[in-house]
Design a protein around this ligand. Structure first.
Ligand SMILES: [Cu+2]
Length: 473
């Protein structure tokens, strides 16, 4: 089918070329030069300019009417300002669009070529220059001032009683965190991220859980690496060589060979082990080789596991290095305490209507963008650089369903930055409801690291000893 279309296009182009050639030849026959364009032709082109202009305007007006209203009513306080800013810009652009295009088309049509018409020479005019410099400057300054004021409305300081919510992004989902009763987020540290502690909040429990998880991984990996068959066999060979060497040494007693210079006496191998120790080491390795923990790894796989082991140990050290510290404010709440009552929610988060919310955005991996179109909010989530935004929702989910005439409607938080393969699916539901419903919902949410959570979700035990080669991811 595609080939057919292509063929038609090619044939069409060839036909046009041939037609042009025929016209050229016929002009030659009529003894008229090709460059000579008749008055009738010029007039026809001039009126076509007007026809084209009108068609262009009709299409533009149609598109405005059909798609101009692409966003539903704004559901936030500042959103009204954003929409007004957008409208003002659109109106200015539209006015300029019609003005410029009318001048362009009408002048072209009006002053088409006539043999006895002479163009006016008009190289410069200060007054004109002044007009088209000053007017756009004033209009642009107006837009910028209006824009900055709207921007400051969204990013300015939030009031003291604003609800503090953190939106944490990672490939490919969102996690929301409410600060809890102390209105203070606990400190977080990415080294502590576990399945129970997706934000890496620093508390004693968080540290203990992270350490337990790391220890389990380290132990499993150490077993795999230590019980690698090739490594064990080599070690055994080495010990046997030392043993042999020790015996030879015995035999060659009294000879001052190079080993004597290194300060070895006859009873020790070059690692300082006695015959007894060497024998026991060899026995130990033989025992290990018989055990079912023995793994067989390629050199590359072994090296990868050793690297991973090194990284895990370094990770553990970083967890051990995390120090407790106090917030500097008068409450002097311990940072490790502040996190305990944080509430972490996934899937959906709720907001009370009419109450100011201060969002803090963070990212764990790449740059994401938190986009809530109905609230007219969008902010980048940058790894390592928390960003923020404040807003006050003005329409509940229920009312919005009525407005949209869609009982299924829900506000959404989307990722608006192409961040990876599942970017399209990175979203979270937002529910706006009465203060009462919101309070009830928040009370139902579990506090971070309450005892029940820990009992329910014990960290996965290390893999059974029978399968030491199982990879750890
Ligand atoms: Cu994303």
């Amino acid at each position: 089918m595609k080939l057919l279309i292509l063929l038609v296009v090619v044939v069409g182009v060839v036909a046009l070329a041939q037609l042009a050639r025929v016209y050229e030849l016929s002009a030659k026959l009529r003894k008229r030069r090709e460059e000579d364009i008749s008055h009738a032709d010029n007039r026809l082109n001039a009126s076509l300019f007007i026809v084209f202009m009108l068609a262009f305007y009709a299409a533009t007006i149609y598109l405005y009417a059909a798609y101009g209203d692409y966003l539903p009513t704004s559901a936030s306080e500042h959103g009204v300002g954003v929409d007004a800013l957008m409208s003002v810009n659109i109106w200015i652009i539209t006015a300029v669009f019609f003005l410029v295009n009318t001048l362009l088309f009408v002048f072209t049509a009006k002053y088409y070529y006539k043999k006895d018409r002479k163009a006016k020479f008009f190289p410069h005019d200060n007054r004109l220059e002044m007009i088209w410099t000053v007017i756009p400057s004033i209009v642009l300054a107006g837009i910028i001032i209006f824009g900055l004021r709207t921007w400051n409305d969204m990013t300015g300081e939030a009031s003291d009683d604003a609800i503090l919510i953190e939106l944490y992004s990672k490939q490919f989902d969102w996690t929301a965190r409410y600060a809890g009763a102390n209105e203070e987020f606990g400190v977080s540290n990415f080294n502590l991220i576990t399945s129970n502690n997706p934000l890496g909040i620093v508390t004693n429990e968080g540290i203990n859980e992270s350490l337990a998880e790391l220890d389990a991984k380290i132990e499993e990996l150490e077993t795999t690496v230590n019980y690698e068959r090739g490594v064990l066999v080599n070690k055994k060979k080495d010990f046997e060589k030392q043993l042999k060497h020790l015996h030879e040494h015995h035999a060659g007693h009294g000879h001052a060979d190079e080993h004597a210079e290194e300060g070895h006496d006859e009873h020790h191998g070059h690692e300082g082990l006695t015959e007894e120790q060497l024998k026991s080491e060899i026995a130990k390795i033989e025992e290990m080789l018989k055990s079912d923990k023995v793994s067989v790894l390629s050199d590359v796989a072994l090296e990868a596991k050793q690297d991973k082991l090194y990284r895990l140990k370094r990770h553990k050290q970083r967890v051990l290095d995390i120090e407790n510290f106090d917030f500097s404010d008068e409450q002097s709440l311990s940072a490790w305490e502040a996190g305990k009552d944080d509430k972490i929610v996934k899937g959906e988060f709720h907001l009370p209507i009419g109450k100011e919310v201060e969002f803090v955005f963070r990212s764990r991996d790449v740059i994401h963008s938190a986009y809530m179109p109905h609230f007219r909010t969008q902010m980048n989530c940058v790894p390592g650089v928390p960003t923020r935004f404040k807003m006050t929702p003005t329409i509940t989910t229920d009312s919005m369903r009525t407005i949209m005439d869609d009982p299924e409607f829900n506000y959404v938080l989307l990722c608006n930055k192409v961040c990876g393969s599942a970017h399209f699916n990175m979203q979270m539901k937002v529910i706006v409801e009465s203060q009462e419903d919101y309070d009830n919902w928040l009370n139902e949410q579990k506090t971070f690291f309450v005892e029940e959570v820990k009992e329910e979700e014990v960290p996965a035990a290390p893999a059974a000893e029978g399968e030491p080669t199982a990879s750890i991811n």
